[in-house]
Ligand binder design. Sequence first.
Ligand code: G3I
Length: 370
Amino acid sequence: MKKILQQLVPSVLLLISCQFCTAQKKNISGSKGLKDAYIADFLIGTALNTGQIEERNLKSNELIRQQFNAVTPENCMKAEHIHPEWDRYDFTLPDKLMAYSQKNNMKLNGHTLIWHSQLPRFAHRIQSVDSFRTFFESHINTVASRYSGKIFSWDVVNEALNEDGTLRKSVFLDKLGPDYIVEAFRLAEKASPKTELYYNDYNNEQPLKRAGCLELVKKVQAAGVRIDGVGIQGHWHLGKVPFAAIEESILAYHALGLKVMITELDIEVLPRKFQGADVNQRQASNPALNPYANGIPDSILAQQAKDYEELFRLFLKHRDKITRVTFWGVDDGQSWLNGWPVPGRTNFPLLFDRQLLPKPAYHAVMGLKK
Ligand code: G3I
């Protein structure tokens, strides 16, 4: 009898959890969204790709307008897109995004002015320090001043730190020296004086990188240059969200007088060998690394809901310090994690599934406000 019960209990539990998950996949069209539930706490944002900026999918557009009051371009404001040649800028898509955010009353966070990755090819070919400085200065001046008075905030510098808190060996460090970060903030402030200015990174909740990030901020402040906030990207993993380190970081950044944002939130459910979001790190494709290609078990969705719920409980505890929580995409089908670090996987890191329906994690996050 005992043996039969031991065999039955897990199946019954799984069945209950399946029904719980299925019941939660109801349509939420017409109801209020995350942005309304969290209106008194912080902004709720999402990253938008080209199709979303151009409103190509009616249902997706409706969902974005229902759920979010802040937007970040996933790619179109990065240097390789917005400044493809030395003397040519392409503002087509960024201008559309600016108009989209104004029309929908969403705060636009520009991403990003200075980043070692996704640089235009010509920038890598510049040899002389003087020419590189001209590129650096004119890029910030031209891009930041175009949206001055309209854009809410800029990620002025992105991912300038190594995991041990030292400065990343990038083309900016190489050509301009360690003061390039202070200079970037100084130029951005001048070009867009009313815009909030942030430093943004992944893993900067981890102690060593956090220490480096605090030093970086102090250096900008000591130079008398404005920096308004720090973005903790928040690319975390199922069952391994570093809650204690996140809380310590929120407190430490706030203690420097900064606003804190979670800027690229997702909770990845697939295995990989390393943490973080260094786009240069990759892993070869292998079926064992893509276990949910034919569907994700409800038990994983339930664990993800638990992780998201605990995270948002922490964010609410520090609602006086956190000004925005932005997801890195709207739905699982859009996520960059389907293509990185292993190409061609089926990942499930966000609050909406591939049919744009809310997942258990969505209901868990909403449930905190009921
Ligand atoms: O635009 C080309 C397209 O023409 C081509 O057909 C296609 C084929 O691969 O590639 C397209 O470019 C891709 C681009 O996304 C637009 O979809 C690039 O290959 C791909 O590398 C690029 O990935 C982006 C990644 O940054 C690159 O650095 C992701 O979408 C974007 O989500 C990701 O975002 C970064 C943040 O900016 C900073 N923090 C980490 C985060 C995740 O890596």
